[in-house]
Design a protein around this ligand. Structure first.
Ligand SMILES: [Zn+2]
Length: 238
């Protein structure tokens, strides 16, 4: 039974009412709907709590997809927490401060990929530091120049919007895919595009802020050589 992924249409939702659909053999709790982003595309799964109608709290350490098509999410409870049963009604609430930091970071990585228009071979979103790996043969990237350009884009307060296109439309526009390591999920019939007005357009399933000024200032903290054709660029919120 697919989970209704509320975070895809509104990344600012902090909680929702839901019902337990299943408990997996590993103890993961599957809900009919959720605000928990599930670990994917370099962005970690959310933590938070599930609270029952009578006030029992189940701390959730992570959320993960349990099927290849990424339609079902299991909420991973802390060991020894109160056991939920199928049919239980719960309030699902995420650790908002952590998620919001990741939304700012994730959106900043889109801008970084616009400043460095090279193929992306990997990436990771953290609360205080994030990184993208680029397929660049030459060194000579300038930390300060990249920092300045990303902050200029942030200050322009460009709108961040999402829309869905069909697999066929994406196939007809292969230039939209910058990430070689993380292929957009094709096969469900539709792909989510994230557009940062006049700056960036790419398929992405992650959570983003509504406008770039919400990111605040960032700084490129390190550029490392990772193999012959790879440069790892780290950024931090400052
Ligand atoms: Zn994204």
């Amino acid at each position: 039974m697919p989970t209704d992924c509320l975070f895809r249409d509104d990344s600012y939702l902090r909680d929702c009412q839901a019902r337990v659909l299943a408990v997996t053999d590993q103890g993961g709790i599957v809900l009919d709907r959720t605000v928990f982003y599930a670990n994917s595309g370099g962005q970690p799964g959310d933590s938070g709590t599930l609270t029952t109608a009578d006030g029992a709290r189940v701390p959730i350490g992570n959320a993960i997809y349990i099927d290849a098509a990424k339609t079902e999410i299991a909420h991973v409870p802390a060991p020894g927490s109160h056991a939920l049963k199928v049919g239980d009604a719960v309030t699902a609430a995420i650790d908002w401060d952590k998620r919001y930091a990741r939304m700012r970071m994730h959106t900043a990585l889109h801008l970084l990929s616009a400043v460095l228009p090279y193929a992306v071979t990997g990436g990771s979103v953290g609360e205080s530091e994030s990184r993208l790996d680029f397929d660049i043969p030459e060194a000579g990237l300038d930390k300060d120049a990249i920092t300045a350009r990303v902050n200029e884009m942030i200050a322009s307060n460009a709108a961040v919007t999402s829309r869905w296109i069909s697999d066929e439309e994406l196939a007809a526009n292969p230039g939209l895919v910058k990430t070689m390591s993380v292929k957009p999920p094709i096969g469900t019939g539709r792909v989510r595009l994230i557009e940062i007005a006049n700056l960036d357009l790419q398929p992405c399933g992650g959570t983003h802020v509504r406008a770039t000024a919400e990111i605040g200032k960032v700084q490129v903290t390190q550029i490392e050589k990772k193999g012959k054709q790879n440069r790892r660029v780290r950024i931090a919120l400052v």
